[in-house]
Write a protein that binds this ligand. Structure first.
Ligand code: SF4
Ligand code: SF4
Ligand code: SF4
Length: 324
């Protein structure tokens, strides 16, 4: 029996603050409650061999986050220069679920092929990996993308201007822009950014309220496990050893807080997935923050980004008061 299976016997699925103490929680490692309360770094493990592609997690994510989805004002202002600040409008394609969009922060990627003479078909839930040293947050010029102490990377939709730096520097191009929403409309609608960037926030509010992320809670296969990073990594390594498998996410981009475990090597999976906009690759990724250009930009930009975040927050508050 794998360590994940052993753990699943002890686990539960609703409010983990109330249930984990009773030893009933599913998909939660012991110590997660304490780690969440102490704001320690949390990680998730995904045992992709068990995914049946039912789509429950995708539907749960959309339902849990529907209040955060953009409601753009139209017509959009003309942008200058047009080639740099393209309109990106997903508001008429909200039902798209086979890729990442501002209205779909999780999708199931399928890899079908042959490995060691055996046919395989594996399904991989894809979303932000929540990097340990995230270029998206380190390089956001406005301080809108931030790394929380529990390891969640979030984009503050009150102050994001939609310039898209976070997507440009993300090795998997995860964040997605919706034009026609956000503070840029009140600041410099023709020049500053072009909307708001959206991505998985690891259900930050649910976690702080002692609930599981929606996609973890709903999965009938208990595919994901969440807990303190050190413990989750240990469990991912044990599972990989049990199945003679492979891990993705522990080293990528200098380390992330998402560990995929697969019986098929990730380079083989990567060859057999659809890659492109909204459909990220599974290639090895070097630590992008070790790149001297990124490092210098982060060091120089951090104080400015902090100041900008404060000023933009004040501006956002003022706009809100004026509208109410
Ligand atoms: S995967 Fe991309 S968007 Fe997510 S934290 Fe890492 S760099 Fe940021
Ligand atoms: S953690 Fe929350 S926001 Fe992220 S993919 Fe799962 S349900 Fe969606
Ligand atoms: S709910 Fe679980 S089994 Fe269903 S698609 Fe999502 S990860 Fe796979």
């Amino acid at each position: 029996m794998s360590s994940k299976t052993k753990n699943a016997d002890k686990l539960s699925r609703r409010n983990f603050l109330s249930l984990a103490g009773a030893g009933l929680a599913a998909s939660i490692l012991p110590g997660t409650v304490e780690a969440a309360q102490k704001n320690q770094e949390l990680a998730t493990m995904l045992d992709i061999e068990t995914c049946i592609n039912c789509g429950e997690c995708v539907r749960a994510c959309r339902k849990a986050n529907r209040n955060k989805f953009p409601e753009p004002e139209k017509p959009f202002p003309d942008m200058t220069p047009q080639q740099r600040v393209r309109v990106e409008d997903w508001s008429e394609k909200r039902n798209v679920t086979d890729r990442l969009t501002p209205y779909n922060w999780l999708f199931i990627q399928t890899s079908k092929g042959n490995y060691n003479g055996l046919d395989f078909e594996l399904h991989i839930p894809r979303r932000c990996l929540h990097c340990q040293n995230p270029p998206c947050a380190n390089l956001c010029p406005w301080g809108a993308a931030v790394r929380e102490v529990n390891g969640t990377i979030r984009i503050n939709d009150k102050i994001c201007l939609g310039g898209g730096k976070c997507r440009d520097v993300c090795p998997w191009l995860i964040p997605h822009r919706q034009t026609g929403v956000g503070l840029y409309l009140d600041l410099l609608p023709r020049f500053a950014g072009n909307g708001i960037m959206y991505k998985c926030d690891r259900c930050y509010q649910r976690l702080t309220q002692g609930q599981l992320p929606a996609c973890i809670e709903v999965c009938p296969m208990q595919l994901q496990t969440i807990g303190p990073r050190k413990e989750i990594l240990k469990q991912a390594r044990e599972l990989a050893e049990d199945i003679n498998g492979f891990i993705y996410g522990d080293q990528e981009n200098g380390g992330t807080n998402t560990f995929y475990v697969s019986p098929v090597p990730f380079d083989v999976l990567n060859k057999n997935i659809v890659k492109g906009p909204g459909s990220p690759h599974l290639e090895p990724v070097k630590n992008s923050m070790a790149n001297s250009e990124f490092l210098t930009a982060a060091l120089v930009g951090a104080p400015i980004a902090g100041l900008a975040a404060g000023l933009l927050s004040l501006k956002a508050d003022k706009q809100k008061r004026n509208k109410s």
